[in-house]
Structures are given as C-alpha cells and as structure tokens.
Ligand binder design. Structure first.
Ligand code: KG4
Ligand code: ZN
Length: 328
C-alpha cells in the first residue's frame, strides 16, 4: 500500500510516499529555518504563508521522487495536531483536496504518534511493548507503547520542553536559532568543568527544564566578558544537564516497566550527545531513527497511518485540525 503523507504542523512543509509502513519511496522536506531565523523563533503567520507557497511544489516533488503519479497512491495521511493552527490548516486542506479528487481514504494523524513511527522507517523492527521518549520543540513525553494504537503517557514536561530549553538556552548564550543544532555544533569536542543543576523530580516520570535554563542565565549574567571558549563550555554543561536527566529517567522507567526496547523520537533525538549517552548507559536495546527522521517529516506520518489503517481505524473527510491535540 502506497500512502501519501503530509506534515505541516510547525515550520517544515513535508510530503512523503511510504510503501507498507516501512519503505520510504520519497520524503521531501522544505525547511523554513532561514525565514524564521531572523526573528529568533517561529512566527506563526509567516509559517502558514510559507506552507501555502511550498505545499504544491513539495507534493509534486514527492511524487516525482517516488516515480509515481497520484493514481498509484492508495491512501492519504495528514497531521491534524498538535501544532500551529494556521500551519496545520494548510496541510489538512491540501490532503483533503487530494483525497477528494482521487476518492481516497484520508487519515488524520497525531504528530507525536507520528514521531514514534520514524522508528519503523529505520530498517529495524521495534519490539513491543516498548517505552518511547518523545523530545521535540513542544514535548518531552514518556509514552508506554503496548501495541499499535495503544499508548499510555507516563510523564511529560512540567514547563519547558527539551527542544524549547535548547532553543532558549542557545539564545541566552548568543547562539543562533534553532538552538539544538547550534548547541550541538558549539560543543563538539568540548569538555567542560562548568556544572548546572538537574531537576530530577524523583517521585514521578515528569521532566522540568526551566530551572536549568534560569541557572544558565544567571551563570552568563555573572560572567562579565565571556570568551568564545567559555560560551562553548557553558553550552556543554547545559547540554549535559538536559541529556543526563532524559537518559537516566527514561532508563529507570523502562526497567521498572520491563519493556523490551527504548524508542527515541522527535527533533532532540537528533542530538549526538543524547544518542551516545543512551547507547552507552542503557542495558536495554535503544532504537534511534537517523537524524533526518527525528525532526519533522511526512514519512513518519505516512508510516503511522499504515498501522492505523491495518487496525481498521480511520478518520472521515470531516477531519478538522486540533492545535492542542493530546496524546497517550
Ligand atoms: O520534532 P521537531 O522537529 O519539531 C517539533 O515537533 O517541535 O523538534 C524541533 C526541536 C527544536 O527545539 C530544535 O532545537 C530541536 O528539536 N533539535 C535539536 C537538534 N536538532 C533539532 N536539539 C538538540 N540537538 C539537535 N541536534
Ligand atoms: Zn515534531
């Protein structure tokens, strides 16, 4: 089954064709990073207008890359939330039009559930039950996955999400947007003697990253003339504090639940320090999609829809966007 996936929840316009939930035939991603970088963050109205401009050309390229026309597409899947309302509307409207024109089934996908399915596109077959850590710009969620469509949220962020913390931390350090990749680049090969506090929230599976961000702000304010080397060391200390909490709490929850594997998902899972630390510390197998499938893309949405359709659970063409859509 060939599924056309559409993803426009934030600042990436993406269309993909995925065969049978696991084989990527095409995955075109048009990033708006350069457009938003000058504002230091995403401007929602600018994002929707940009989606409007790139939607059709991105879809044409996705079909061209897959070497097929719409007549070879069997089903359409689109992110319905969570995300920016104006951005989601562009993708959902486009997907509805394609589905209507070709009389195809249309599936609305939760963006966070989609992130998890990047693991089905990475060559390995995840073993269930598993524990998923979704770390993105808006979420730091621990999700227990018993089977396809069966998810239970164990914990989430109490304040800043991990990606949000990286973005805000980078701004404090004078590093460019988006902050995650900027901090990763700045800390390459750097060892640091600086240290920042960790919020362990020991009694639960929730996360909190606003404290470490404030501690970084104070550390920067106290340093009158920070050198380039000091900035890199402060970035390394900040990254270390976030990574250590994410890795330790996820492994602890996984061992408690007795799952078979840990699955990482979301933009922050592209972080090399996080990936390395998980592999080094986890007694359980850890699956991590390649970096390009960790950040927003439509292939993960198409893969998720395949398993949803296989269980007979579909949305109607009355599908609406839900910017605050919950998960698990
Ligand atoms: O999943 P994603 O692409 O979009 C959302 O659904 O939010 O995640 C974007 C977030 C941003 O906060 C970005 O700074 C972060 O993921 N990110 C990273 C890296 N690449 C992207 N954070 C740390 N290290 C990276 N290499
Ligand atoms: Zn995302």
């Amino acid at each position: 089954m060939n599924i056309l996936g559409v993803e426009t929840s934030c600042d990436e316009t993406s269309v993909a064709v995925v065969r049978d939930g696991t084989e990527i035939l095409s995955n075109v991603i048009a990033s708006q990073v350069d457009v938003h970088a000058r504002y230091g963050g995403i401007v929602p109205e600018v994002a929707s207008r940009q989606h409007l401009l790139t939607m059709a050309p991105v879809a044409e390229k996705a079909l061209r890359d897959a070497g097929m026309g719409l007549e070879q597409i069997d089903s359409v899947a689109v992110t319905m939330g969570p995300g920016l309302a104006g951005s989601l509307i562009v993708g959902v409207n486009f997907a509805k039009a394609v589905a209507m024109a070709r009389d195809l089934p249309l599936t609305g996908i939760n963006h966070l559930e989609g992130h998890i399915y990047a693991n089905w596109l990475s060559g390995a077959t995840p073993e269930l039950p598993c524990l998923c850590l979704i770390v993105s710009g808006g979420h730091s969620d621990l999700i227990f996955m018993e089977g396809h469509g069966h998810f239970r949220k164990l914990g989430g962020t109490r304040d800043d999400a991990a990606g949000e913390a990286f973005d805000k931390g980078a701004r404090i350090l004078g590093l460019p947007y988006p902050g995650g990749p900027a901090i990763q680049n700045a800390t390459r090969g750097i060892s640091t003697s600086l240290s920042l506090p960790r919020a362990w929230l020991k009694e639960c599976d929730d996360f909190s990253f606003s404290g470490v961000k404030t501690a970084l702000l104070h550390m920067v304010e106290e340093k009158v003339t920070p050198s380039e080397q000091w900035i890199k060391e402060a970035a390394a200390a900040f990254q270390e504090a976030i990574v250590e909490v994410l890795v330790s709490k996820t492994i602890r929850a996984a061992m408690r639940l007795g799952v078979k594997q840990i699955l990482l998902a979301g933009g922050v899972a592209a972080n090399s320090a996080l990936r390395d630390r998980f592999i080094a510390d986890s007694p359980l197998p850890v699956l991590i999609p390649p970096p390009l499938l960790c950040t927003d893309n439509a292939a993960m949405i198409a893969s998720c829809a395949f398993y949803r359709l296989a269980s007979g659970n579909t949305e109607s063409s009355g599908l609406d966007v839900i910017p605050g859509l919950a998960f698990g």
